[in-house]
Design a protein around this ligand. Structure first.
Ligand code: NI
Ligand code: MN
Length: 227
């Protein structure tokens, strides 16, 4: 399985014939190395509808007929924009596919779309290829990260925001890595804009010196192979 970082909170996960695209903020992302047209996902997963996550979702879904998974109210807005295949779980809900499942879990963050749809931000637990991937979404540090991550099989890969200001910073993110207890952590949501600049190598050292996880730092466009 390949996990490709696309900048900010966007990732592409490829397992066999299946491609998942998470939070595809490409147009207008100063760190993006791909364009919306470059992607052909089967499923688009959203943590919430802020512009740096919602991104090119509607355009990509209309072009590819990908299924979009988003929390109820956000899913309603996406359906109203003419996207055909939309799944609308709420927190705690799971949607299943022939390749695995996705569960929406809590994240502490505000959320309203540019068009004014209020909703609640989520994290994503993704089971694919026998692995469990936890995208924390945009969130502050909170102790139920532990509850979410330790509710079933262990997390193989956690995608963790570290940039501060709009989410937890790199110091709180170290504690989040302790709570989540994943084998591998890939940091995200940093260095896209000046407000969220941080020292990713210091984060990596802090997590690894504490023995919480292996940290894989990916430049936008780079890929990590999960074995
Ligand atoms: Ni946000
Ligand atoms: Mn964000």
């Amino acid at each position: 399985m390949e996990i490709r970082f696309l900048g900010q909170s966007a990732f592409e996960i490829t397992e066999g014939d299946t491609t998942l695209l998470i939070d595809p903020f490409l147009t207008g992302n100063p760190k993006a190395v791909t364009s919306a047209e470059d992607h052909q996902p089967d499923v688009i997963l959203l943590t919430h509808g802020h512009a740096d996550h919602y991104g090119d979702t509607v355009e990509i879904a209309k072009r590819t007929r990908a299924t979009v998974v988003a929390i109820t109210e956000l899913a309603g807005e996406i359906g109203a924009k003419g996207v055909e295949n939309v799944l609308n779980p709420n927190l705690g809900g799971t949607v299943t596919f022939d390749w695995g499942w996705v569960k929406l879990v809590p994240a502490w963050h505000t959320a309203v779309t540019a068009d004014g749809t209020p909703h609640v931000a989520a994290g994503l637990l993704i089971s694919i290829g026998g692995k469990l991937i936890y995208h924390l979404g945009d969130t502050a540090l909170f102790s139920d990260l532990k509850l979410t991550a330790q509710r079933g099989t262990p997390v193989d890969v956690a995608l963790v925001p570290i940039g501060g200001h709009y989410t937890m910073d790199r110091f709180d993110a170290v504690t989040a890595c302790h709570f989540v207890d994943a084998d591998t952590v890939i940091p995200c949501h940093y260095n896209t804009f000046p407000l969220i600049e941080t020292d990713v190598q210091a984060f990596k050292s802090d997590v690894q010196n504490a023995g919480y996880a292996q940290v894989v730092v990916l430049d936008p466009g780079a890929m990590h192979t999960v074995r």
